[in-house]
Design a protein around this ligand. Structure first.
Ligand code: ZN
Ligand code: ZN
Length: 353
């Protein structure tokens, strides 16, 4: 398996972002991303997918969309739609109809910012997901860069602080979202977690100050999704697009906060009697299973089974654990950065059956 780094969930001038697709590609190349997925609100922008090249580097830009019912008040239930290859905004008024439409079109979908609290100082309302009775979605956006920002700005002054020092924002997924994911997993549903930046490159005006806050290049160094594909990207758009969406659909990926240090090189595997699998995959418990994780540098590794922490390895590069019971096993890695312990890696689970 080959690891690539993707930033997904972002907006251009086609909805409420300030940049162009070309700006995004350029910022992605500057930050060594392999691919980006642009998701404007309720529009599927045509004709911009493909490889973008600057100097000797290239990045694959893919286009999905973020769909929600604009007539609903408040405008909750945002869904990230990938690989449907047609505009599904017309189905927005019922979340289940929309999800079914994505499936019928051969696409995959993720519940965007499941918990997205209000930020009254900025007149931002709560736009969390409400329709939790839906079925057949691929997964959830476990860590969303913008939802997290809304949790740390009780006043305009806090907003100004973080606008200039955004490196202090990132701590981890919103605890309610993490709990929701564990509950869904424990109830037996294979829910894939992805991390989204929700980059807008917002134009901010405060008196005489005018500044683009949280530019794309900043977001591209923070919450990324690392994806495992069977062979390196080929340069052929349909081939590479298929590999990426198959991996996201299967959960062969992890959510990473790459700002303290790149998480490239992290692995989480399981070895059984006859099989070896990676995150997102299933393995038989028969004869026992050895779980293994490796990190690019030492940090605090936590092993979680069915929503409960069953092991912690401090200042470690790796761990091995013998699993004798079926369950949903996932790994979290935490590390100190700017004086605080922060989430660094959230793996998708290995399903021991
Ligand atoms: Zn949204
Ligand atoms: Zn968004």
């Amino acid at each position: 398996m080959h690891e690539i780094v993707i930033n997904l969930h972002m907006h251009t001038r086609y909805s409420d972002g300030s940049g162009t697709h070309k700006d995004i590609a350029q910022a992605a190349i500057q930050n060594n991303l392999d691919a980006v997925i642009v998701t404007d609100h309720n529009v599927l922008v045509q004709g911009v997918e493909g490889y973008y090249r600057f100097a000797r580097s290239r990045v694959l830009l893919l286009v999905g969309q973020e769909v929600h019912d604009q007539d609903r008040d408040p405008q909750k239930n945002h869904l990230l739609v990938f690989n449907a290859n047609r505009d599904l905004a017309l189905l927005a008024d019922d979340p289940q109809t929309l999800i079914n439409g994505v499936r019928d079109a051969g696409g995959i979908c993720f519940i965007a910012h499941p918990k997205d609290p209000e930020a009254p100082a900025f007149k931002e309302t709560d736009i969390s997901w409400e329709a939790w009775d839906v079925q057949n979605y691929t997964g959830i956006e476990l860590w969303n860069g913008l939802s997290e920002l809304k949790t740390v700005v009780p006043t305009k002054l806090h907003g100004a602080f973080y606008a200039f020092l955004p490196q202090f924002i990132g701590h981890g997924p919103i605890p309610e979202t993490l709990q929701r994911w564990d509950d869904l997993l424990t109830s037996g549903r294979p829910i894939v977690a992805i991390g989204g930046s929700d980059a807008h490159a917002l134009d901010m005006h405060m008196g005489p100050i005018h500044r683009v806050i949280f530019p794309y290049e900043f977001h591209f160094r923070t919450v990324n999704t690392h994806v495992f594909i069977p062979e390196p990207l080929t340069g052929d758009v349909p081939t590479d697009k298929k590999m990426i969406y198959e991996a996201l659909s299967a959960g062969r990926c992890f959510v990473a906060y790459d700002l303290p240090m790149s998480t490239r090189g992290f692995t989480f595997k399981a070895k059984g009697l006859e099989q070896e699998v990676i995150m997102g995959e299933e393995i038989s418990v028969k004869g026992g299973v050895t779980l293994q994780a490796h990190l690019p540098t030492q940090a605090e590794i936590r092993l979680i089974k069915d929503g409960k922490q069953i092991g912690v390895w401090k200042k470690s590069y790796a761990f091995t654990y013998s699993a004798t019971e079926p369950g949903v096993y996932r790994v979290e890695v935490h590390r100190n950065y700017l004086g605080k312990k922060r989430g660094w890696i959230y793996s998708n689970p290995i399903y021991v059956r």
